[in-house]
Design a protein. Structure first.
Length: 154
């Protein structure tokens, strides 16, 4: 991902009800992450992940490189896909401001990531996609891509 970097992203995001329910259902099923998430298998280092919970039930967490628990791995993959969406949205905002011609390629990449599941929750960047889709100074094909991505937010 050469070109414009997303930089630090500080914003409120709204997740779909389905993903939110899945996060909390998994948290409940895994004792609010007071659970041995790490598989302890000899696998390539993929980066340390941490799930934390703070609420009426207490404050708990688990860290892992790889988990053989299917629900933990699926939740991790979904949250990484949301991260991809948020970072892509931040790059789209910078491109809209500084390099409108670069929007087409970035939106094309985002569509590919949506199709393969590595980007999820387009609602998290709905405002940015709406601005791109309605900006007459943006190439028509980029606006079409933004409109298609908006259909995925619903």
């Amino acid at each position: 991902m050469a070109g414009i970097a997303a930089g630090d992203v500080h914003r409120t995001i709204r997740l779909s009800a389905a993903l939110t329910e899945r996060v909390f259902a998994t948290a409940r099923a895994k004792k609010f992450f007071a659970y041995p998430c790490e598989s302890n298998l000899k696998v390539a280092f993929q980066g340390t992940k941490r799930f934390s919970y703070t609420g009426p039930e207490g404050s708990t967490s688990c860290e892992f490189n790889y988990s053989k628990d299917k629900e933990i791995e699926e939740l991790q993959n979904s949250l990484l896909a949301v991260e991809t969406t948020i970072l892509c949205g931040a790059r789209l905002e910078k491109l809209l401001q500084h390099d409108r011609l670069g929007l087409d390629e970035e939106l094309g990449n985002l569509i590919l990531w949506v199709h393969d599941g590595s980007a999820q929750e387009m609602g998290a960047i709905q405002e940015t996609l709406t601005r791109i889709a309605s900006d007459e100074e943006v190439m028509d094909r980029a606006r079409r891509k933004a409109r298609w991505l908006l259909t995925q937010a619903r």
